[in-house]
Ligand binder design. Structure first.
Ligand code: SF4
Length: 62
């Protein structure tokens, strides 16, 4: 699975980085930086996708 960010929606809440601290960090403006986009569709990743308040995260099959 590939994790993607829709930059037209993301507003830098940082919730995804808080939920997935080993997979996502934040840049100096608070926007997410992915540590690799190919991720296992584990529960934590799915929870972060569902929790994004801007609906900016999505998992796609690769
Ligand atoms: S939780 Fe959603 S809106 Fe917030 S930084 Fe992550 S992708 Fe962007």
């Amino acid at each position: 699975m590939t994790l993607e960010i829709d930059w037209t929606r993301c507003d830098g809440h940082g919730l995804c980085a808080a939920l997935l601290p080993d997979r996502i960090s934040r840049d100096e403006w608070g926007f997410p930086v992915l540590h690799g986009t190919k991720l296992p569709p584990d529960t934590a990743v799915r929870r972060a996708v569902a929790a994004c308040p801007a609906l900016a995260l999505r998992l796609t099959r690769t």
